[in-house]
Each structure stands twice: as structure tokens, then as C-alpha cells.
Ligand binder design. Structure first.
Ligand SMILES: Nc1ncnc2c1ncn2[C@@H]1O[C@H](COP(=O)(O)OP(=O)(O)OP(=O)(O)O)[C@@H](O)[C@H]1O
Length: 898
């Protein structure tokens, strides 16, 4: 900062050597602000140029601006100095002040603004304070300070409230008016603290009990703050005025010779302005551009600036002010702090390496105002009296030196995390609300679809139930109809028999047993005709043969005739073959009808439901007609021949195949036929049908036939060696029809009862196939599965007892235990009985005990031993439990008593 002596042009000619210090940049600088008006600003800006717009936060040089204000003569001066001229002469248009040395000589000083005794308070505000207020609103710190001899108008300039005469409002009042006009109280905030520095102690003027406030300096930024001071938010001018009144009331003043209301402390008013501003979008988007759901918020910034208005206590010459005692101490303290301020200003003005900021609290408080980052405006107040020329000269020199102090203005802007967080919260709330709305729409839609689906299901169920009911009715009707027809036929037949005295083989002595006797008789008649025709054809053939022999002998037979005869012969043979086939079919049809007639007869006799394949175990096996006579099927079997019937299993005609397999199944139900069917290759043919899997009916009937054959112990091994278990397992895995599964399960269950086949059956997947069929859930199937398991467990038990087998049960190995335990108390008696037996067999072997306990079988065994309806099973369970050490010990542990 350069400095040079300045002499007033008019004075240059004089002899005196006035020392006037003029900053080199004085000409280029104006007292007026160069700030932009903020958009929407409520105050009229003083100058459109803006150093804030230079951008960034790098700092802009800003010299301390100094104005001088002359107080008008007061009453005392008007009298006492009546014969004397003022000690100063002002040239406001030239911004100069002449300080008279004597009548003919004066020193001239140039200031940023020269305010005469006629300058209004409004003008003083506009030239001294308004530019600073605007800077503060733009985000810079600002200081307006009044310095001068006691009684020269510092408090008048700054602190006048102007309640009676608004035109006399001082800088403090007017500053707030402009601040409040410019800020938006929705987004910005204005807070005030008001303090006095009295005898090196900082007191709170808004709360006088708070009288030892400490200064906190940020070592990094140099920012000074007073965290202990009361900080009140201002929302309107009225509350601010009350606050100023309160502060004024608490300010220490005294009546001195020079001022009846002399301030004995430095008053410091701090107006904190916090403003939200919107930053440049690109700065922020790079930081937050990681989520696609958010509407990118602009960069939120906050500007925290501070306007400090300092009304210094006046400097005084002790002898003039007449201070003594405590007031003398006050005066000394005031002078000391002002002198410390002066020293700092001098050091700064001279660009000295050391600035003694820490010499007083005043200089510590004002460190940002002089040589700091604030925009500072100083008003030096002087009086006109020549009697105080010395003090006026000293004030003027203070102002001149202050004009040399260069500050580096910095915008006080920082990232506004609070605002960002608030905005993000709002955005989040919006997103949550939107999400909830969409969720509700979705839920409503799901509910609607659900309702619609339920309605549809209900409708389908209704339709289905109706259709089922109709179908049921239809079946019942048809059934009644057919029963009626059969009864009628039977009656007719009986009548015929009685009238003709003809005794039919089929219905011999059986009364109501020949339900389809008429039909049978008809077929028999057809059959007789066929036989007659065949015999006639055979006779014809024999005749032709003998004629052929005669022709050959006589030699009169021509080639032509020979070939004709050959052809006829071939035709006859073909016809014969066809007839033979038809006879076989007719016989098998007859056989089937005879079966059905028999079933029907039994049904009518007992009121039971007939089933051609009911014989899955020995107890339900179909044996004979019940009167010691051979069954009609057996008779036909003998008449037609087993080979013929079995050959029909391979017929190309599907109907014939179905028919034939039914006949074979019925034959297989008779114990007497079982071995013969197997010997004649029937088992292979049936297994082949199972393998070919051409038709569900064929497969079901074939499985039933195999089940019947498997009742015979001799056949069981053959079934195994011919790969029967694999084929049955395969069928078990892919069949869906419960009746087919029942037949397959029945066949495997029969095989399970063979001691010799245990290992092979298990290794070829028999147990797993059996367990796999429980998926069907049909009680008939479950019953067969349970029977198989019971058979297997029984064989295992036998083998273990004989010492043939050791180790855990293969049933347990193959995972049967959970199903066994689960169904041990099945409500279907046949299932329950088989399972109960199976459990007892398994439990007889100590090696199974642990698994059975952990699988829950012990509880079932205990239940069986107590509640089983069959005495033999009950006692078997009890015996088993009491003979097993493992079960006994577990029961002891569980305190179970048999
Ligand atoms: N420009 C002015 N016009 C009219 N009266 C003024 C002017 N300046 C000051 N006065 C009057 O002068 C007297 C002293 O003023 P003021 O109390 O403001 O001085 P001061 O510098 O604050 O003194 P101190 O330092 O002792 O507090 C007051 O009565 C005040 O009204």
C-alpha cells in the first residue's frame, strides 16, 4: 500500500507544511458500492457494477472507506465560540476538508465523503452505510464504525432511533430496514446480538447479566465470534427497534463536561444475515449424479454474512472532560483501547509486518474489519469548535490513516447441508407418498383380480357340480335301466327254459345267476352255426380233395381245371382260418360275458359292487361258481385253448387285444389257471403289454393280471427274472390312474411277501416304486402300499430272526419310516392294520430301534400297544416294546409305562 503526502493546491503556496495522506487509489475508488442488485432485491442498489460478480471466493481488494461528518455548533459553542470561526472548512463537492491552523493558513485533507453540518441522516446513511449493507446482503462481512472526539455525534449518526422524528433515524435503524426489505424470511434469517465493550469486558446489552463474554477466533479463517452472546432472530422492524431500545437502556453513559450523554463504552451491534442461494447446477450434479430416481436438486449454498456497527466511545482529553474517579478510569480504558486501534490502523496503513491486534479486546473484535475480509466504512465525526482543534486534527489523521487500510473482501458462502437435507427429505417424502399411492393401486388391482378369480372359480365349481349331478343322475338311470333289462332278460330266459324244458350249461340250476343268459344263448347259437358251417366247409373240402384225386387218376383233368381247383382250395383254407379266428373271438366274448354275468349275479345276490380284477390277494380270489362246478370261463378256456387266447394278446386289432387281456386277467384270477398261463408264455405277453404302454386300459388290466399271477409263489420268481419289477416300477412312476396304480402296488405287494426275493426286489427299486405311489393318495393304492410294506417287514423280520439278514431294515434304508409313522394311525382300517403290523415287525429288531425312536415310531408303537382294536397286534406291540432294551430305556427316560 503506497502512500504519499498531499498538499492542497491552494495551500501549497503557503508556508505551512500540512501533512495530508492520500491513498494512491483514491481517484479510482468511489465511496459507493460496486455490487449488483440481487434479483428480487427490495432495496435500490447504489451501483450496478459488482465485485461479487467477479465470482469465486478468492477475494477482492476493498479499501476502507472513510467519510468525515461535521457536527453543527451546539448551544454552548454558539455562545462560547461566537467570535471565532470554525476550526474546519468543508468543501463537500471536492470531498475536501480544510483544517485551519490560523487565520491565514490551513491544511487540506481529502476523504471519500465530506458531510457538512447540514447533511441529513438519510444522506449520511446512503453514502456511508448503504454500500456496506448491500455487500452484507450479497454475502460479505461489513463494518460501519464511527470514530471521533466525545460529543461529536457518533451515537447521533449510528444509534439515533428517530422515534419522534423519523428523518433523524440513524444508521443502525436504517440498515435493518434495508436488510429486512431484501431478505426472504422463508428462506433467509436475520439475527442480532448487541454488546458493549466496557473497561475491557464484553457485556451483553440484551442480557446485562451476561457480562463476561469471551471472544473466539478461528485460527484457520481468522473469523471472530462471540458464542456467549444472546442472538435474537429478527422478523420485523418493530421487534428490532425494541431490541435497540433495550440495548440503549443498558449502555453505560455519563454526563461529562463535553457531553451530557457521553457513552462510556464501545457499542457493537452485530446483524447476522443467513441467505440461501442456488449454486451452479454443474457443480452439484457431479456430486450427486448417482441416482436416476431423483430430480437433480440444484446446489444449495448458504451465505452467512455479518454487519458490524461499532459506536466507539469518544476519545477525550481528561482535563477537558473533567473525568475523575471511576469516570477517569473509564476514560483511560477508552483512550487505551482507541489508542490500540490507532496503532493497528497505523501498522496496517504502513503495511507493517506486525499488527498489534491482541493489545485490546476492541482490536481483537475488529480484526476482520481492518485488514480482514470485511467491507468497512468509517465515519469520523468532528466538532467545529476551534477550542478542540487538536482533537479534531487527531481525528482527521486517524481517518486519513484508516483510508490506507486495504481489506481483501471475501464472500462468506458455504455448502448448505441443512437445506440440502431438508430438500432431499421433502423429495423423499414425495417419493414415499408416490410409492404408497402406487402400492395401493397395485393392492387394489390384486384384490380386484382375486375377487374376479374367486367368482370365476365359484362359477366353474357350480357348473362342475351341476354337470356332475347330471352325470350322476344319468349313470344312475342307465344303471337302473340296465339292471331292469337284465332282470327282464333273465325272466324271459327262465320262462323260455321252463317252456322248452331246455337246460342250459351256463345257467344250470343257478336261478337268478344267469343275468345275460339270453345273450349267451344267442352267441352260443351263433357259435353252433359257425361250427356247423366249419364242419360243412370241411366236408366240402374233403369232397373236393377226393374229386381231385379222381381227376388225377383219370388223367382227364386239364391244367385249367387244376388251377381252378387249387384256387378254390386256397380260398376254402382262408375262409376256414378266418372262421376259426372268429370262433376264438366269439368264444372269448362268451367267456367275458359269462364272467360279467357271474359278477352281476353275485352283485344281485349280495348287493355288492362287482370288479373283475378284485382278486389281488388270496382272500378275494375268484375261484369257481360256488357249487363245485367249473367256472364257465374255465370251460371256455378249455374249449378255446389258452394258446389261442394268448395269441390274441398280440392281435393287430386293438379291440381284440383289450378284449383278450381282460379274458386273461379273469383267467389269472383263478388259482388253477395261474401256473398254466405262465407256462404258456402269458406272463411274457402281459409284461410286453406293460412295456408297450399303448393304452391305459390295457396297461391297467395287464397290471391286474400280473398282480393275480404274482399271488402264486412259483410265478413270483419268474416275474422277477423276466424284469417284471422294473416294468412295474416304471408303470408306478408314470401312471396317474389310481386303479392302474392299485394293480401295480398290489403286484409289488405280493412280490414283497416272498422271502427269497427281498434283496432283488429292493435292488431293482421295488420299495422306492411302492413308496412313490403314495403321491396318488387314493386309499385303495395306500392300502396296497401298506400291505407291501407289511409283507416286506415281515420277511425281513423272519430273515433277521433266522440270522440270514443283519443290519438295518431296507425299508428304513429306503426312507419308508416317515411315511409309516405318518400313516400308523390312518383312519382307513386296512391301511392302519398293515402299518401297525409293519411297525411291530420292524421293532422286533434292535438294530432298527434307534432310527425308529428318532423317527417318532416309539409313540406309535406305544399307541398300538394300548389302543389297537386287534388284540393280537396289541399284544405283539407290547411284547416287542418290552423285549427291546433300547425301547425300554427310552420309555424309562420318557416315563412311559406300558
Ligand atoms: N449532526 C448533528 N446534528 C445535530 N445535533 C447533533 C449532531 N451530531 C451530534 N449532535 C448532538 O450532539 C450531542 C452529542 O452527540 P453524541 O452523543 O452523538 O456524541 P458522541 O460522539 O456519541 O459522544 P460520546 O463519545 O461522548 O458518546 C447530542 O446532543 C447530539 O444530539
Amino acid at each position: 500500500m503506497a502512500s504519499s503526502a498531499y498538499r492542497n493546491g491552494t495551500v501549497q503556496k503557503g508556508t505551512a507544511k500540512p501533512i495530508s495522506v492520500t491513498p494512491t487509489n483514491l481517484k479510482s475508488s468511489s465511496f459507493k458500492s460496486r455490487l449488483h442488485p440481487s434479483p428480487g432485491s427490495g432495496i435500490r442498489r447504489t451501483n450496478p457494477a459488482s465485485f461479487g460478480a467477479a465470482g469465486g471466493n478468492d477475494g477482492v481488494p476493498g479499501r476502507v472507506r472513510v467519510a468525515v461528518r461535521l457536527r453543527p455548533r451546539n448551544a454552548e459553542e454558539l455562545v462560547a465560540d461566537a467570535d471565532f470561526a470554525d476550526c474546519v472548512e468543508l468543501q463537500p463537492e471536492l470531498k475536501r476538508l480544510k483544517l485551519r491552523k490560523n487565520n491565514w493558513d490551513s491544511d487540506t485533507y481529502e476523504f471519500d465523503e465530506v458531510l457538512t453540518e447540514f447533511a441529513s441522516q438519510k444522506r449520511v446513511y446512503e453514502v456511508v452505510a448503504k454500500p456496506v449493507v448491500e455487500s452484507v446482503l450479497d454475502g460479505y462481512n461489513g463494518t460501519v464504525m464511527a470514530y471521533g472526539q466525545t460529543g461529536t455525534g457518533k451515537t447521533f449518526t449510528l444509534g439515533r432511533l428517530g422515534e419522534e422524528d423519523t428523518s433523524s433515524r440513524g444508521i443502525m435503524v436504517r440498515s435493518m430496514e434495508d436488510v429486512l426489505a431484501d431478505v426472504s424470511l422463508e428462506t433467509d434469517s436475520v439475527c442480532v446480538s448487541y454488546l458493549q465493550l466496557y473497561m475491557e469486558t464484553i457485556q451483553d446489552l440484551l442480557d446485562p447479566t451476561n457480562d463476561n463474554i469471551s471472544i473466539v477466533e478461528d485460527p484457520k479463517t481468522g473469523d471472530v465470534s462471540l458464542p456467549g452472546a444472546t442472538l435474537l432472530e429478527i422478523r420485523d422492524q418493530q421487534s428490532y427497534m425494541e431490541l435497540l431500545r433495550l440495548g440503549e437502556a443498558h449502555r453505560i453513559a455519563a454526563n461529562t463536561k463535553l457531553n451530557t450523554e457521553s457513552s462510556r463504552s464501545h457499542a457493537i451491534l452485530m446483524i447476522h444475515v443467513k441467505r440461501s442461494v442456488v449454486g451452479r447446477e454443474e457443480d452439484f450434479s457431479s456430486e450427486t449424479n448417482n441416482g436416476s430416481h431423483f430430480v437433480k436438486p440444484s446446489k444449495p449454498l448458504v451465505r452467512k454474512s455479518k454487519l458490524v456497527i461499532v459506536d466507539l466511545a469518544g476519545s477525550e482529553r481528561i482535563h477537558k472532560s473533567g473525568s475523575e474517579g471511576h469516570m477517569l478510569e473509564e476514560a483511560k480504558s477508552i483512550n487505551l483501547s482507541l489508542s490500540a486501534l490507532g496503532k493497528c490502523i497505523n501498522a496496517l496503513a504502513e503495511n507493517s509486518a506486525h499488527v498489534p491486534l491482541r493489545d485490546s479486546k476492541l482490536t481483537r473484535l475488529l480484526r476482520d474489519s481492518f485488514g480482514g475480509t470485511a467491507r468497512t466504512s468509517l465515519i469520523v465525526t468532528i466538532g467545529p469548535s476551534p477550542r478542540h482543534r487538536g482533537e479534531t486534527a487527531s481525528t482527521i489523521l486517524f481517518g486519513q490513516r484508516a483510508m490506507k487500510v486495504e481489506n481483501m473482501l471475501k464472500i462468506k458462502e458455504e455448502f448448505d447441508y441443512k437445506s440440502l437435507s431438508r430438500r432431499l427429505e421433502i423429495q423423499l417424502d414425495k417419493l414415499i407418498a408416490e410409492n404408497e399411492r402406487q402400492q395401493k393401486v397395485f393392492d387394489d388391482e390384486v384384490e380386484r383380480i382375486n375377487l374376479e378369480a374367486q367368482n370365476r372359480i365359484a362359477e366353474v365349481e357350480r357348473n362342475f357340480a351341476d354337470a356332475l349331478e347330471k352325470e350322476k343322475l344319468k349313470c344312475q338311470m342307465e344303471y337302473m335301466e340296465s339292471v331292469k333289462k337284465l332282470e327282464e332278460k333273465m325272466l324271459l330266459n327262465q320262462q323260455k327254459q321252463e317252456s322248452n324244458g331246455f337246460i342250459n350249461d351256463v345257467c344250470n340250476g343257478e336261478g337268478p345267476g344267469v343275468s345275460v343268459a339270453g345273450e349267451v344263448a344267442e352267441i352260443r347259437k351263433l357259435l353252433q352255426n359257425e361250427i356247423h358251417m366249419r364242419k360243412a366247409a370241411e366236408e366240402e373240402l374233403n369232397k373236393l380233395k377226393s374229386r381231385l384225386g379222381q381227376y388225377a387218376l383219370s388223367g382227364s383233368c386239364g391244367d385249367m381245371q387244376m388251377s381252378n381247383l387249387h384256387k378254390s382250395l386256397e380260398d376254402e383254407s382262408c375262409q376256414k382260418k378266418k372262421l376259426e379266428e372268429e370262433i376264438v373271438i366269439l368264444r372269448s366274448q362268451l367267456l367275458q360275458l359269462t364272467f360279467e354275468a357271474d359278477q352281476m349275479r353275485r352283485f344281485l345276490d349280495r348287493g355288492e359292487c362287482g370288479n373283475a380284477f378284485a382278486g389281488l390277494d388270496r382272500h378275494s380270489q375268484f375261484k369257481d361258481t360256488g357249487n363245485g362246478q367249473k367256472a364257465p370261463s374255465t370251460t371256455l378256456f378249455e374249449q378255446v385253448g389258452l394258446q389261442k387266447i394268448l395269441s390274441l394278446l398280440e392281435s393287430e386289432d386293438a379291440n381284440v387285444r383289450i378284449h383278450a387281456v381282460k379274458v386273461v386277467a379273469n383267467l389269472a384270477a383263478e388259482e388253477a389257471n395261474q401256473e398254466r398261463i405262465v407256462e404258456a408264455g402269458g406272463l411274457s405277453s402281459l409284461l410286453m403289454l406293460l412295456r408297450s404302454f399303448e393304452d391305459e386300459t390295457v396297461r391297467r388290466v395287464a397290471a391286474g393280471a400280473i398282480a393275480n399271477l404274482a399271488m402264486n409263489e412259483g410265478n413270483q420268481e419268474l416275474i422277477m427274472t423276466q424284469g417284471g419289477i422294473s416294468l412295474l416300477s416304471m408303470t408306478a412312476a408314470d401312471a396317474e390312474d389310481p386303479q392302474t396304480l392299485r394293480m401295480v402296488a398290489g403286484a409289488i405287494a405280493n412280490l414283497c411277501g416272498n422271502d427269497k426275493l427281498q434283496m432283488k426286489l429292493r435292488s431293482e427299486g421295488g420299495i422306492r416304486a411302492l413308496l412313490g405311489m403314495v403321491r396318488c393318495g387314493h386309499p385303495d393304492v395306500l392300502s396296497q402300499v401298506a400291505r407291501g410294506i407289511a409283507n416286506f417287514a415281515k420277511c425281513e423280520s423272519r430273515a433277521s430272526t433266522q440270522g440270514v439278514k443283519s443290519g438295518r431294515s431296507l425299508l428304513i434304508e429306503d426312507g419308508a419310516l416317515p411315511w409309516i409313522v405318518q400313516n400308523a394311525n390312518n383312519e382307513a382300517a386296512p391301511i392302519r392294520r398293515h402299518i401297525e403290523l409293519a411297525l411291530c415287525h420292524l421293532a422286533q429288531h434292535e438294530v432298527n430301534a434307534k432310527e425308529m425312536i428318532s423317527g417318532g415310531a416309539l409313540w406309535e408303537l406305544v399307541r398300538i400297544s394300548r389302543d389297537c382294536s386287534r388284540e393280537d397286534i396289541r399284544s405283539l406291540a407290547r411284547r416287542t416294546l418290552s423285549s427291546s432294551p433300547t425301547f425300554r430305556s427310552e420309555m424309562r427316560r420318557l416315563r412311559i409305562e406300558l
